[in-house]
Design a protein around this ligand. Sequence first.
Ligand code: 5GP
Ligand code: ZN
Length: 131
Amino acid sequence: MDALTGGDATGAPPAAFVPDCLFCRIVAGEIPADVVRDSGRTLAFRDISPQAPTHVLVVTKDHHANTAALTAANPELASVLLAEAVAVAVMEGVAESGYRLVLNTGSQGGQTVDHVHVHVLGGRHMTWPPG
Ligand code: 5GP
Ligand code: ZN
């Protein structure tokens, strides 16, 4: 896979749906999830292993491998994804107290699911630096 575009070595564009991708399968309804918001182009659902009282993942419905692939392919959708993460924070009631948005990117960035997602974490005090 091309790290910048998310496409393959032939230069083909990334597929909208990748059958063996966990988050594509959640978007398709093949794997159940606790959905909190659906914007039409993005889906927000609770993380299966919450690291804070609020821990929601916001994903694009189309498959993009990571932040770099999304911003290269569709920067407008990247801004929609960010705005949806903020909307989730408001819905979850953590906008006033503060929250953290995380986009783990690549292996050393801690990314374990290769479908771009924003973690919305809130409801407790966050520490810095991250682990
Ligand atoms: P990453 O490590 O790629 O930044 O984040 C992937 C996140 O997906 C992790 O926080 C992990 O707990 C979450 N996750 C993994 N499998 C599932 C699942 O089947 N359902 C949900 N809702 N979250 C999952
Ligand atoms: Zn996917």
